[in-house]
Design a protein around this ligand. Structure first.
Ligand code: FAD
Ligand code: DLZ
Ligand code: SF4
Length: 508
């Protein structure tokens, strides 16, 4: 009699997953495992581990309710070998399946494991495509072709055409593809922010919280209060809440930041999307429906959909087309170790302190905090790609290498030499001051350029341009700042170098 084993990974919690297709509930077995190797290959934020273990346990239970046999190995099972390969090997011995089905993983290192499984188990191991993404790995590779630079905007238009989202025949709704120029407003002081739906831990989550507290006490991040949803039902409720209350302001205030306000008008759905509790298509369809019903403006809905069928699919395509070499490049030769305050939050720079606080408290920071505060700082200070990439992979509940790496390596650090973005997102303190209220209470002053009161982003910005002149001056999009630099007096440049040397020595 043939019997298949379906191995479902922690970020594959989708009933329609390709490895579950054709499953015979009377005969086949689903395998799910909690293993130390996955929780510690980087030392993930404690809320991220708790979110995933609880979501995995709930997903297993939902399959059981359908009458499917789930072999679920818990972290504290004494026989647990604590690796994917070890647990698959044990499960093959336990159930003697005739074949194994898996869905391609989100990370290169797991892909390499899967290729070994295909060789080493003595039974067929079928790796199926992850069709939860709109653009398959092959389709992206075909789009990328021989291009030396990939640009999201052109890829995004293809995705709009392919999905029909926000399309009027062959034309984009509203007559333009992209409303980004409308989406850069600072937050007005009097604006009312939407309350956000958070979830009380149930008994399953409480067990997992205890387990994580016991086994991962020394990992970064607050474990509680824990407010993430852990089931598809809760993820859908979170999405519905955002569409009803957050989406209208998403476009206008997408780039804004405010002290003590950690979510603003953002979706807070990335952990659900990336673990499989929501699919990209349904999220975009719900947003489009809100616009068609007159419940949200086009600039918000287009901006939101672009993040998902544009950026999210784009970075995944780059990851799978360019790995493993992608992770090894270091175009700007950045080598500085990560300052300790990225872990402790102990810095006098209010903007960084705030972004690190929300990361620690919620395993979440919104896009512009990641890009223009922690990311901008890492770029300007020349932090080594590997060190800052590991930080991002650890601290966010939504972080998996397929999405984290292109964002950090490419978008933030320009370490890929411009494959993903045409220029580094370098900015001085003026940008943060315009888009947030962080600078008001800071010991530094964004209007001061030199000396101990000067905002470190100000001198580090020019220090970055001076240090990378040989590489970046060839970039036409950097022509303007380099023209300004060329007009600077030698004394001003010396002051920039001296301020930067002092500051960088202090944070070492
Ligand atoms: P919203 O602002 O509401 O956006 C809606 C959705 O769009 C997100 O849920 C996400 O699925 C998608 N999205 C938006 N921007 C991007 C992007 N640049 N790349 C991919 N998807 C995007 N996102 C991750 O999911 N995991 C990561 O590990 C991750 N690391 C990042 C690191 C850096 C340095 C930067 C600049 C961005 C990173 N992002 C990452 C992208 C983005 O910051 C998060 O997806 C977003 O903050 C999640 O919060 P949200 O659901 O409230 O997003
Ligand atoms: C992130 C993570 C963690 C912390 N733990 C597990 C686990 O115990 N079991 C599991 O199946 N998956 C886990 N994951 C998610 C995996 O790391 C993820 O599936 C791979 O990185 C591939 O994307
Ligand atoms: Fe950040 Fe500079 Fe503003 Fe302080 S003054 S909050 S360091 S941007």
């Amino acid at each position: 009699m043939s019997r298949s084993l379906r191995f479902v990974l922690g970020d594959q919690l989708t009933r329609g997953l390709s490895s579950l297709a054709g499953l015979d509930a009377a005969n086949d077995i689903v395998l799910m495992v909690e293993v130390q190797a996955e929780a510690t290959y980087v030392r993930h934020h404690r809320q991220k581990i708790a979110f995933l273990f609880s979501a995995m346990r709930h997903f297993a239970e939902s399959l059981r309710l359908e009458g499917i046999t789930v072999d679920y190995v818990r972290l504290d099972d004494p026989a647990n070998t604590h690796s994917f390969t070890g647990e698959l090997e044990r499960a093959v011995a336990r159930h003697a399946p005739t074949e194994v089905f898996v869905t391609e993983p989100g990370e290169w290192r797991v892909w390499e494991m899967m290729l070994d499984w295909r060789e080493n188990f003595g039974i067929p191991v079928h790796i199926r495509a992850d069709d939860r993404f709109i653009c398959s790995r092959d389709a992206f590779a075909a789009w990328a072709g021989e291009r030396r630079q990939y640009r999201m905007e052109f890829f995004y238009r293809e995705m709009r055409r392919q999905t029909g989202l926000l399309m009027a025949g062959d034309e984009p709704e509203g007559g333009q593809w992209n409303f980004d120029h409308d989406n850069r407003k600072p937050l007005p002081e009097e604006i009312k922010l939407p309350p956000r739906l958070r979830f009380e831990p149930d008994a399953v989550t409480r067990d997992v919280l205890d387990l994580v507290a016991e086994h991962f006490a020394d990992h970064f991040g607050d474990l509680e209060p824990f407010g993430w949803g852990v089931t598809r039902h809760e993820a859908l409720a979170a999405l519905g809440d955002f569409i009803a209350h957050g989406l209208t302001g998403f476009g206008d205030y997408q780039d804004a930041m405010r002290k003590g306000e950690d979510f603003l008008f953002h979706g807070m759905i990335s952990p659900y999307l990336n673990a499989g509790l929501l699919t990209a298509r349904e999220v975009c369809e719900r947003a489009e429906q809100a616009w068609r019903q007159g419940k949200a403006p086009l600039n918000a809905v287009e901006g939101f959909i672009r993040q998902i069928i544009g950026w999210r699919e784009f970075v995944r395509g780059i990851y799978w087309t360019r790995m493993p070499d992608y992770a090894r490049t270091n175009h700007l030769n950045a080598t500085r170790p990560l300052p300790a305050f990225f872990w402790t939050g102990e810095t006098e720079m209010t903007c960084l302190r705030e972004c690190i606080r929300t990361s620690r408290q919620h395993a979440y920071a919104h896009h512009i905090q990641r890009l223009m505060v922690t990311g901008n700082f890492a770029l300007l200070a020349g932090i080594a790609p590997r060190e800052i990439e590991e930080w991002y992979l650890i601290v966010y509940a939504d972080a998996y290498e397929w999405v984290e790496l292109p964002n950090v390596h490419g978008m933030v650090l320009h370490a890929d030499g411009g494959l993903l973005g045409s220029k580094p997102y370098a900015a001085s303190g003026a940008y943060i001051d315009r888009m947030s209220d962080y600078c008001g209470g800071c010991v530094y002053d964004p209007a001061v350029k030199h000396g101990p009161k000067a905002c470190p982003f100000n001198f580090l910005y020019w220090h970055f341009l001076i240090g990378n002149e040989a590489v970046l001056t060839r970039n036409p999009r950097m022509a303007m700042p380099y023209r300004t630099l060329a007009k600077m007096t030698a004394a001003r440049k010396d002051a920039i170098i001296a301020d930067s040397a002092r500051f960088l020595a202090e944070i070492a």
